[in-house]
Write a protein that binds this ligand. Sequence first.
Ligand SMILES: Cc1ncc(C[n+]2csc(CCOP(=O)(O)OP(=O)(O)O)c2C)c(N)n1
Ligand code: SF4
Length: 245
Amino acid sequence: MGKEYKGPDCIKGTSGYCAGCGHGIINRLIAEVLEEMGLEKKTIISLAVGCSCIMGDYVEVDKIQAPHGRAPATATGIKRMRPDNLVLTYQGDGDIASIGCAEIIHAAARNEKITTIFVNNGVYGMTGGQMAPTTLPHQVTATSPRGRDTSLTGMPVKLSEMIAVLPVAYVARGSVHNPASIKKTKSYIKKAIQAQVDKEGFSMVEVLAPCPTNWHLSPLASMERIEQEVIPYYTPGELVKKEGV
Ligand SMILES: Cc1ncc(C[n+]2csc(CCOP(=O)(O)OP(=O)(O)O)c2C)c(N)n1
Ligand code: SF4
């Protein structure tokens, strides 16, 4: 009998995420893709601030932590100095679409040869579930207790659509709310990384993810909420890809 597969070698121990958190699934997908592509020893991940940086504790690839929102600037510097490394950023929605919005837009506009994995869970997770730029209309959060009022705060930001109009190599939006969507998201992450390996330019995968703790829902109900409430606004699919791929 063959050896039992215990998962990618670069994942050590167990994660510190809450039960049912989407980050753990996405970390695992990244680790699987790196291992399948033989890239784990060449990878440098630029982490920012938020629950996303918990990844640093147990995914054993080279990493650096940037200030809130600044992971794309840090990744830009690393990639320009070390073009043979695979350079990723791993960022939450508060991080990338609020304080770091200028950083990511300009990194994409410059078509930097980096890859961003953007975890959209609709709230600021680590600090207690405040409203993020991605919070849906009427969604109750710690700072919108009567629901998000779009007449005061505007509509949720569609960052992937904003970046898709720039001259970038690859943009996709996936989800991790059921096995089929997890499989599809893994294929998007693989294509985004391949675009960097092929020196095509900037690539990004947004992933719709649950934060059961701050949504005040069970892990199962959180997955159902993604299907019923999040996906109708944030349509999954590939927004920018190479012809014929
Ligand atoms: C400059 C700065 N402002 C604010 C904070 C506080 N802060 C830490 S984590 C965080 C929220 C991160 O939320 P998000 O990016 O959505 O990631 P998640 O925790 O949901 O994965 C904030 C506001 C900080 N660390 N630095
Ligand atoms: S607070 Fe939310 S995003 Fe952070 S670890 Fe818990 S479930 Fe995940």
